[in-house]
Design a protein around this ligand. Structure first.
Ligand SMILES: *[C@@H]1O[C@H](CO)[C@@H](O)[C@H](O)[C@H]1NC(C)=O
Ligand SMILES: *[C@@H]1O[C@H](CO)[C@@H](O)[C@H](O)[C@H]1NC(C)=O
Ligand SMILES: *[C@@H]1O[C@H](CO)[C@@H](O)[C@H](O)[C@H]1NC(C)=O
Ligand SMILES: *[C@@H]1O[C@H](CO)[C@@H](O)[C@H](O)[C@H]1NC(C)=O
Ligand SMILES: *[C@@H]1O[C@H](CO)[C@@H](O)[C@H](O)[C@H]1NC(C)=O
Ligand SMILES: *[C@@H]1O[C@H](CO)[C@@H](O)[C@H](O)[C@H]1NC(C)=O
Ligand SMILES: *[C@@H]1O[C@H](CO)[C@@H](O)[C@H](O)[C@H]1NC(C)=O
Length: 483
């Protein structure tokens, strides 16, 4: 941490970080400059899921391990500081295997009949996880159904695809279930609200371009729009105007782009909070063609064996790879949120692969460097606006202005040697405190020394293939609305 008296901010002379190792390896000194007038997208946050009963792994942990894992996920100073929790809205009849049970195991005999909801107060462990997140100050909860209950679908089951009865292209003997599905989702939001969790975002599809043996429901963007036209007014009538609709969780970016264009044609773009996509079948390229926000809501390395490496020749599960994956989405593709897949998972599932950030193995746990890659983004809080930043070779930089006026700068060193990074362009803003944290193959978001030079510029050393995050804070009282 480096404290700067406001009136002296640009007058302090401090040597740029020089250490013994600098004498051995010539260290490059790089300057990057923030442009606070160049404004880009607003960030909603970073997140993960505990769907398919993975949240129960935390429920079942004893103290102090339970608190340790919760801090690793949500603490904004000692953990990843995640700000969005993506919960699966169950559609299964029961909780066999890792299924998520529904609040409507049996439908009324007609679509206009009175539903008998059954709330178990657990929601596959996700309610507990969410309530704990609330204690850490998390404000965004994304309820996302993989499917409607089977009784509302063309195939009569919540698995193996099928389509919601009532959207275009369907003709169900039991009629149009769109209103019943919208009511059901509203009920879910209300049940969470009664338990102290504010569901802020709602999704009604997951990978609707993929039919599989677990909960799944097929939809095009046009069919999604048919439902959104019912869901939006239903939420509004229930005084849930603050709940944003996300759609459609495509398996990949190309399909999501198609969904977006179909929803735009169908006239529902302004009813959307975000177009959502995964990155499995096609990776994020350029910004999506939509005026809605765009979120990447699920991605992970599904094939690699469990790895806690920061850098192993650029493997798909490496922390460093994830630092760059998130960077690409936020900086090159205008994303407002990046969500990993499972935050936690056991050893047995999927051959102990890399689809989780933390391995929970009975009463023990192991943390991957992927979690620490996300932790480097924790300086970027919900509501932050991305701003311009330029300069530096072998550096990938992103800058943001947080709602409280602080400036967050995230820098990845793509080179293999240490570099001193000097951040300029913030000095006139009345900042009083400069701090920085580093993750590399040895450090986990470890606080490092920052110095401030006579000509301005907050400098710190970032090791080869390291990632450093700066937080430049405005005075706590007064003069904080300089932007
Ligand atoms: C900063 O961004 C603004 C807005 O895009 C632009 O007009 C200005 O030229 C930029 N300043 C610098 C120094 O690049
Ligand atoms: C976050 O971690 C810090 C450092 O361990 C601790 O002091 C603080 O209480 C934690 N915050 C919460 C909300 O638990
Ligand atoms: C729920 O979240 C919305 C959006 O952030 C906010 O406007 C609303 O006040 C919150 N409601 C409660 C009860 O916290
Ligand atoms: C919505 O809020 C209004 C104003 O507070 C209230 O009169 C109305 O009963 C509420 N409607 C529902 C469905 O909760
Ligand atoms: C970025 O996303 C915002 C919505 O968050 C949108 O208004 C803007 O047009 C997008 N910009 C680009 C370049 O796609
Ligand atoms: C960490 O990475 C640096 C730079 O890539 C390398 O020189 C060093 O040997 C690595 N250390 C370990 C413990 O892997
Ligand atoms: C705000 O900044 C101005 C100029 O540096 C200074 O004169 C004033 O005392 C500051 N106000 C507060 C409340 O810190």
């Amino acid at each position: 941490m480096h404290l700067i008296p406001a009136h002296l901010a640009v007058l302090i002379a401090a040597p740029l970080g020089v250490s013994a190792s600098a004498a051995l390896t010539p260290r490059q000194n790089q300057r990057i400059t923030i442009n606070l007038s160049q404004k880009y997208q607003t960030i909603d946050g970073f997140g993960f899921s505990g769907a398919f009963q993975r949240a129960n792994l935390i429920v079942n942990l004893q103290e102090p391990k339970q608190s340790e894992v919760l801090n690793l996920l949500f603490n904004t100073t000692s953990g990843a500081g995640f700000s969005i929790v993506r919960n699966g809205i169950g559609s299964s009849q029961d909780s066999s295997r890792d299924y998520m049970n529904t609040i409507l195991p049996v439908c009324p005999s007609t679509s206009s009949g009175t539903p008998e909801y059954k709330w178990d107060g657990k929601d596959s462990g996700q309610l507990f996880l969410s309530q704990q997140a609330v204690k850490f100050g998390v404000k965004a909860f994304y309820g996302n159904a993989w499917s409607a209950p089977g009784c509302m679908k063309t195939n009569g089951q919540d698995t193996n695809g099928g389509t919601l009865c009532g959207v275009s292209g369907t003709s169900c003997r039991t009629g149009d279930w769109r209103q019943a599905y919208a009511n059901y989702l509203v009920k879910y939001v209300q049940l969470y609200a009664e338990s102290g969790v504010n569901v802020t975002h709602l999704g009604f599809l997951n990978e609707p371009d993929f039919s599989t043996s677990y909960a799944s429901m097929l939809s095009s963007g046009t069919q999604a729009a048919d439902f959104i036209k019912v869901l939006r007014p239903t939420l509004d009538r229930a005084n849930l105007t603050h709940v944003g609709i996300n759609c459609c969780e495509a398996t990949g970016w190309n399909v999501a782009n198609q969904h977006a264009q179909e929803m735009i044609s169908a006239g529902v773009e302004n009813m959307l909070n975000a177009v959502t996509s995964h990155e499995y079948t096609s990776r994020i390229g350029s910004p999506m063609r939509t005026r809605a926000k765009v979120w990447q809501t699920e991605y992970s390395d599904l094939s690699g064996g469990w790895s806690t490496a920061w850098y192993s020749n650029g493997g798909a599960g490496d922390g460093f790879t994830w630092a760059n994956t998130v960077f690409n989405g936020i900086v090159n593709a205008n994303l407002s949120a990046y969500l990993f897949w499972e935050g936690i998972q056991d050893r047995a599932t999927n051959n102990n692969n890399n689809e989780k950030l933390i391995l929970i193995d009975g009463q023990n746990y192991q943390v991957s460097k992927r979690l620490w890659a996300f932790a480097q983004w924790r300086v970027v809080r919900p509501g932050a606006v991305r701003v311009g930043v330029s300069g530096g070779s072998n550096l990938r930089s992103a800058a943001f202005v947080n709602v409280d006026g602080s400036v967050a700068v995230v820098v990845i060193n793509s080179g293999t040697g240490s570099q001193t990074v000097s951040v300029a362009g913030w000095e006139a803003q009345g900042m009083q405190e400069v701090r920085a944290w580093l993750t590399d193959n040895q450090s986990d978001a470890k606080e490092v020394a920052v110095s401030v030079a006579t000509d301005g510029g907050a400098s710190a050393v970032v090791t080869g293939r390291g990632m450093i995050s700066f937080l430049l804070s405005a005075p706590a009282v007064g003069n904080s609305t300089v932007f």
